[in-house]
Design a protein around this ligand. Sequence first.
Ligand SMILES: [Fe+2]
Length: 255
Amino acid sequence: MGDPLTQADIDREIADIGAAVAKAVAAGEPEPERVTRDYPPYRSSLLRHPRHPLILTEEAEVELRGPVFGVTDVTDLDRDLTLHHTGEPLGERITVTGRILDRAGRPVRGQLVEVWQANAAGRYAHQRDQHPAPLDPNFTGTGRCLTDDEGRYSFVTIKPGAYPWKNHVNAWRPAHIHFSIFGTAFAQRLVTQMYFPNDPLFPYDPIYNSVTGEAARQRMIARYDHDLSSPEWSLGYRWDIVLDGPSATWMEEGR
Ligand SMILES: [Fe+2]
């Protein structure tokens, strides 16, 4: 075993890859739109990212065996993560809303949108997360809703905290909310992450930076919307998700 990996080591690797991308763009190549699967600064992904083309399955076969949900399974309570326990969760109450759009800007209606996130202290209510930040007995951190006729989703939740992870010494993830969009069958599911504006941890995070195109990175960041904030109640963030095409939101690949 060598010396433990430091933030400076990771910073250098992120900068080198960023410089290579900038050089390629300057030479006329298009700015990268997709996540870079083989991204060495994100150490734990190195042994698990796909190295071969994905095997295409018969869609109909997967749909027969895959999980299904019914519109009636989703209630209005599911979209308010602050109401899932008897007490109020601690932290900064926020509304997150936006539209799911296809490449032509058309709304994607009736989509099951699921979210999961850490609590205000940066702790997940999950047994794998044992770092010494408090759990909140009034916050589980999962929610779901269906998009309306305008393709709009909306959640009320608590702004998640940053949390440490073991990629390298002093590795911290910027605050984020995980999003899943179900499609019409399990085989179509798309997963991504939403970030908050001006997070000081962006330059240090290899997951955020594994999306090597600047424009594509910016599309992962929600916009603070003062009109969406409620007096005496909550702050508002707006984030649209574009499923494909040139303005697509980055999605995790390799499922
Ligand atoms: Fe996370």
